[in-house]
Design a protein around this ligand. Structure first.
Ligand code: CP
Length: 313
């Protein structure tokens, strides 16, 4: 049985295959509306979510399946002290596949060790958020046409931002990728990521806190929120939260075809005036998340593409 705990659980061929299927579903959504009839998704969210939870649920419904689950730890028996291992053993009798978000790093991995059904990590603490990364890759592939030869700026909370960590891990597998890391010194990427992924893979990168000077170099600008919930003290959060705010003025020297992504939710880091810029694709990105998750559910449930042989675009 296959689970998705980190973006690296998919090799590059499986990843390309998944993105191709997601693109096909996006353009031919009506054709896929019954492929999961009779199947159930357990949606276990121990931490708040709008996009991930609801797009997983929409994805399963779009495929003709059903959804059960909870959206906060308080409404499950974890509030009485039940372990992840026991919870997932039981849920395995109720559903065919499970998506789990948890504030503790590694919780979905633990669940996968005791599960009788595929587990999808929907975000574990500051660690990983693989389906967000797959959504980001689908967005870039669909809108840029290629995942190679890109200079990617990542900006904001690079220390705690699990979406950034997952994105870096996934993108280093493509050709001619460069990173520009834009953050306050306190929120730089973790050392393990710098050493084990970037340095070990000879991936070119620059770390800076000068947002505007690097703007003209970027093909992708990936903005992130400074996450209040990951800080140990409120003073640090207040001091750092508005370090980088993207507005129309800062975009003056950006490339005309640069894409602005953000996993959302946004707080202040992108001014709403940017929303009408054609380069701002963060809401489109959230839409792609549904089709990516439809493709992922099919793959993990080993449901063959009924249109594999048809020339669907
Ligand atoms: N991008 C993302 O994970 O959003 P939610 O926290 O709303 O799921």
């Amino acid at each position: 049985m296959k689970h998705l705990i980190t973006p690296l659980d998919l090799n590059i061929h499986e990843l390309d295959d998944l993105l191709t299927l997601a693109g096909k579903i996006y353009r031919n959504r009506e054709r896929y509306k019954k492929v999961c009839e009779g199947k159930k998704l357990a949606s276990l969210f121990y931490e708040p979510s709008t996009r991930t939870r609801l797009s997983f649920e929409a994805a399963m419904m779009n495929l003709g399946g059903n959804v059960l689950g909870f959206s906060s730890a308080d409404s499950s028996s974890v509030a009485k002290g039940e372990s992840i291992a026991d919870t997932i053993r039981v849920i395995s009798y109720y559903a065919d596949i499970c998506t789990m978000r948890h504030p503790k790093e590694g919780a979905p991995l633990v669940a996968s060790m005791y599960s009788g059904i595929p587990i999808i990590n929907a975000g574990d603490g500051g660690h990983n958020h693989p389906t967000q990364t797959l959504t980001d890759l689908l967005t870039i592939k669909e809108l840029k046409g290629d995942l190679n030869n890109l200079t990617i700026g990542v900006c904001g909370d690079l220390k705690f931002g699990r979406t950034v960590h997952s994105l870096i891990n996934a993108m280093v597998r493509y050709e001619n990728i460069k990173f520009v890391m834009i953050s306050p010194p306190e929120l730089k990427i973790p050392d393990y990521l710098r050493k084990e992924t970037l340095d070990a893979g000879n991936i070119p990168y620059l770390e800076t806190s000068d947002f505007e000077s690097v703007m003209p170099e970027l093909d992708i600008l990936y903005m992130t929120r400074v996450q209040r919930e990951r800080f140990f003290n409120e003073e640090d959060y207040i001091r750092l939260k508005d370090s980088f705010i993207l507005d129309n003025n800062k975009l003056k020297n950006a490339r005309k075809d640069m894409l602005i992504l953000h996993p959302l939710p946004r707080v202040n880091e992108i001014s709403t005036e940017v929303d009408s810029d054609p380069r701002a694709v963060y809401f489109k990105q959230a839409q792609y998340g549904v089709y990516l998750r439809m493709a992922l559910i099919m793959k993990l449930l080993e449901i063959p593409d009924p249109y594999q042989k048809e020339e669907l675009c």
